[in-house]
Design a protein around this ligand. Structure first.
Ligand code: GLN
Length: 274
């Protein structure tokens, strides 16, 4: 048995080959005590390590549970975040959103940020880590907020990212005003067929009515009430949604900018309150 045989098990099960290779390494490190350093030194995993890996991969191909839920961690913006099936697994694309938000916050010296649908807290925590701002993260799920709180402790940013259970703005007080509202909202239109791994993620974090526009509309409609003059509204975009979201934001926001991800897909949109 060798690594290639095991990676092949994953690719034969329909897992994309880059992912399969990355997963193999994550599993070796997590379950077999074999590190990236061993790999760089040219030390090969031994037979015992490979057989542990084989068992774990076999289980994975049967259940299609995402590797991040199995090991309980996900890598995002240079940090390891705790994840459970109560939260969406942070996506690489979301790093584009966070990097742009961090740049805007630092350049304009913004202080108060609201993250709607914070989930694992990956956006709130990485903004806190990379700026001087204070972030309020809200989520409808108490289970998700427990994960977000654990991530605050992990990243050592206590007091600068705080969380509150709230369905969108419901529990945000009218006197609370923000310099930026940011969200990676659920944006997949109901009825879209997804790969088996994604079906293990919380459905309410993925899907939206109104062809995926439900939360863009809801968040945008009330954003002016909670933003300071000139405040920013920043969203991650679902595939093919940039035109409609631009229209939704156009009524109350100016200077709308759309940026693409590495695959050339419109991925983020941001604008300022009139
Ligand atoms: N804010 C979290 C993330 O970007 C969760 C988003 C969501 O659940 N839709 O990963």
């Amino acid at each position: 048995m060798n690594i290639q045989t095991i990676t092949k098990l994953l690719t034969d099960a329909g897992i994309e080959s880059n992912e399969a290779a990355k997963e193999g390494r994550m599993r070796l490190e997590h379950f077999c005590n074999y590190t990236e350093i061993d790999r760089c030194k040219g030390i090969m995993p031994d037979e015992a390590q490979l057989s542990v890996l084989y068992e774990k991969v076999l289980e994975r191909t049967k259940t299609r549970i995402p590797i991040q839920y199995i090991i309980g961690e996900s890598y995002f913006m240079g940090e390891y975040f705790k994840v459970t099936p109560d939260v969406l697994i942070p996506r690489d694309e979301t790093e584009i959103l966070v990097r742009r938000a961090v740049e805007i916050i630092n350049k304009n010296n913004l202080k108060d940020i609201l993250d709607i649908g914070t989930g694992s807290g990956c956006i709130a925590c990485t903004i806190a880590k990379n700026t001087d701002a204070v972030i309020l993260g809200v989520d409808i799920s108490s289970d998700a907020l427990r994960v977000a709180l654990d991530n605050v402790t992990r990243l050592g940013i206590n007091n600068r990212a705080v969380f509150r259970k709230s369905n969108l703005y419901e529990k945000v007080r009218s006197e609370e005003k923000f310099d930026m509202i940011i969200s990676n909202p659920p944006y997949i239109p109901y009825g879209t067929e997804l790969q088996p791994e994604v079906q293990h993620e919380p459905q309410h974090a993925l899907f939206a009515h109104d062809n995926g526009l439900e939360f863009y509309k809801k968040i945008t409609a009330q954003a002016p009430e909670f933003l300071k003059p000139g405040g920013w509204l920043v969203f991650e975009l679902g595939i093919g949604e940039s035109g409609s979201v631009k229209e939704v934001m156009g009524q109350a926001f100016a200077d709308i900018t759309i940026e693409k991800d590495l695959a050339g897909i419109d991925r983020i949109i941001y604008a300022r309150k009139h």
